[in-house]
Write a protein that binds this ligand. Structure first.
Ligand code: AMP
Ligand code: MG
Length: 510
């Protein structure tokens, strides 16, 4: 496309600059393209009654021309000019939800060109709440087609910067009204069928609509992944909202989802891949690998809707290869969020438990007498091994009275091997350490039996030798010269390497 100068103008919603609006109006009336904010996402405005303007819109977006545009109006009285057969139900819905994030489908009036409706005899109409949007629509003649102002396939724009990223130099004007309010496109409701049918979920939910007009159905292609039918809204058949990286949704209980994403991020980071993670305020701190982005709070899914497209766009800049997203609750705006996320992911979904079921242990604890020598050494050596699975690795003592640092000779030996126990503090073993997820390894038989007899429900306690099938025992070096520490370190390292192999064997299929 030919390069043009794109005029970018900031506008204050509460004190709109008439000159900017007049300029936008003039461009629209002359068949040009003006992007402007609405409460849902930024729209790419054009005169909806001008076939050439529609063609320009398709060209700028790279949008397939069978994907019809939504006509935006600023005054309800304008609806009959573009739509026919407006039923009583439609009037009730309009009364309740317009202006707002709801698009209605009607039979079209003759005046609406097929270029705007993608060849259909129906027309989609919405009246936005946003004051800037309304002012631009009025300035441009009252009937403005406004698809999302993004290159076809990319995440929809929720700020003027997103619009500029896709369209600077390709359209006439961008009106910058700050960040949008909702962040997901409008609900689309087909009023040409009875009962009315939702073709695209959005902030106005099925429950809200049913409260006003009784039964409302949902296009089966939104509910069943392989329905074999084409979506009723032509645009819904295209890949959409897609970030450049491969996006994968991880489904399941939030706890399992966190564990699964942690494991995947760990593995892929080890392989040298850059991984993105879509997390929430509640979960972001649980991830230690990958680029983690907080998409909002699970306590208010509106916040997630608002940030979704921004987060997807930001990952494009981070140049990640894969993005793993947590999944969100259905119901309310959650359905719209999952609809967009699923489309962005091209329906790539994995079940968290498929990953977590393969993980026998998540934590490895070495238990020694006083947790200041063999245990912390073993833990640090294991942390330096290459492991297929991510483990929390630590050590505990049978009897620990003070949080002592590691033994000085042990530290000297570790340092000579480019490792350190400087951060270590001895910790007493307790009941909570013996959970289902934890592999507990002692150095001596007696320690193992003490644990087994002292605690109930002990699950996975072994001596290190028993676990790796090696009879050699690393004895305590307490009171011995440095040289003995050194020898025992070498034996310990050998055994820990065997342990790493054994653990990797178990985690092979992850
Ligand atoms: P966008 O403009 O990006 O918000 O996308 C507009 C959506 O509305 C697309 O999914 C279109 O397929 C849908 N749409 C527009 N007009 C109609 C119509 N007459 N019948 C069904 N869906 C429509
Ligand atoms: Mg769109």
């Amino acid at each position: 496309m030919k390069f043009m100068k794109t005029l970018i103008e900031k506008i204050d919603r509460h004190q709109m600059d008439e000159a900017v609006l007049a300029k936008a109006g003039e461009i629209l009336k002359n068949g040009g393209l003006v992007a402007f904010p609405t409460e849902t996402v930024y729209g790419l405005g054009a005169n909806a009654l001008d076939e050439n303007a529609a063609m320009k819109t398709y060209a700028a977006k790279g949008r397939p021309s069978d994907n019809p545009l939504i006509i935006h109006i600023a005054d309800v009285e304008d609806l009959p000019i573009v739509a026919r057969n407006i039923s009583d139900k439609a009037k009730q819905i309009i009364e309740r939800f317009w202006p707002g994030p709801l698009t209605l489908i009607f039979e079209k009036q003759y005046i609406v060109p097929f270029g705007t409706t993608g060849g259909l005899s129906t027309v989609a109409v919405r009246m936005p709440t946003d004051e800037i949007a309304k002012a631009v629509i009025r300035a441009g003649g009252g009937y403005i087609s406004a698809p999302s102002a993004n290159t076809s396939g990319r995440p929809s724009p929720t700020s003027a910067q997103h619009v500029a990223d896709d369209f600077d130099g390709k359209i006439d004007m961008i009106i910058d009204g700050g960040n949008v309010d909702i962040g997901l496109e409008s609900t689309i409701l087909d009023m040409t069928v009875e009962p009315p049918m939702i073709l695209r979920p959005g902030a106005i939910t099925r429950e809200m609509l049913e409260e006003v007009v009784g039964e409302v159905t949902v296009d089966v292609t939104l509910l069943v992944e392989d329905s074999g039918e084409a979506p009723k809204a032509p645009g819904m058949k295209y890949r959409h909202y897609a970030p450049k990286a491969e996006l994968i949704i991880v489904e399941g209980e939030t706890d399992d989802v966190i564990k699964a994403i942690r494991q995947i991020a760990y593995e892929q980071t080890r392989l040298g891949l850059k991984v993105g993670i879509i997390a929430t305020s509640e979960t972001e701190s649980f991830y230690s690998n990958g680029i983690v982005k907080n998409i909002g709070t699970r306590n208010n899914e509106n916040s997630i809707a608002k940030n979704l497209y921004r987060v997807l766009r930001e990952f494009d800049e981070d140049d990640v290869s894969y993005i793993y997203s947590e999944s969100f609750e259905s119901g309310g705006i959650g359905d719209a969020i999952m609809n967009r996320l699923n489309k962005a992911a091209g329906h790539r979904v994995i079940q968290a438990t498929d990953i977590t079921d393969l993980q026998k242990y998540r934590r490895v604890l070495f238990v020694s007498q006083s947790d200041n020598c063999r245990g912390p050494m073993a833990a640090e050596i294991l942390r330096n091994e290459s492991l297929n699975q991510e483990y929390v690795i630590g050590s505990r003592g049978m009897v620990v009275l003070f949080p002592e640092p590691a033994n000085q000779k042990a530290e000297a030996i570790m340092r000579s091997r480019q490792m350190t126990l400087a951060e270590h503090e001895a910790t007493q073993l307790c009941e909570a350490d013996l959970d289902e997820d934890t592999l507990v390894l002692t150095f001596e038989e007696a320690q193992k039996w003490k644990i087994v007899s002292h605690y109930e429900n002990v699950k996975h306690v072994y001596t290190l030798g028993e676990y790796i099938d090696d009879e050699r025992v690393v004895e305590s070096s307490h009171g011995q010269p440095l040289q003995v520490y050194g020898e025992r370190f070498e034996l310990l390292r050998e055994l820990i390497q065997k342990l790493a192999e054994r653990l990797n064997e178990e985690a092979k299929n992850i």
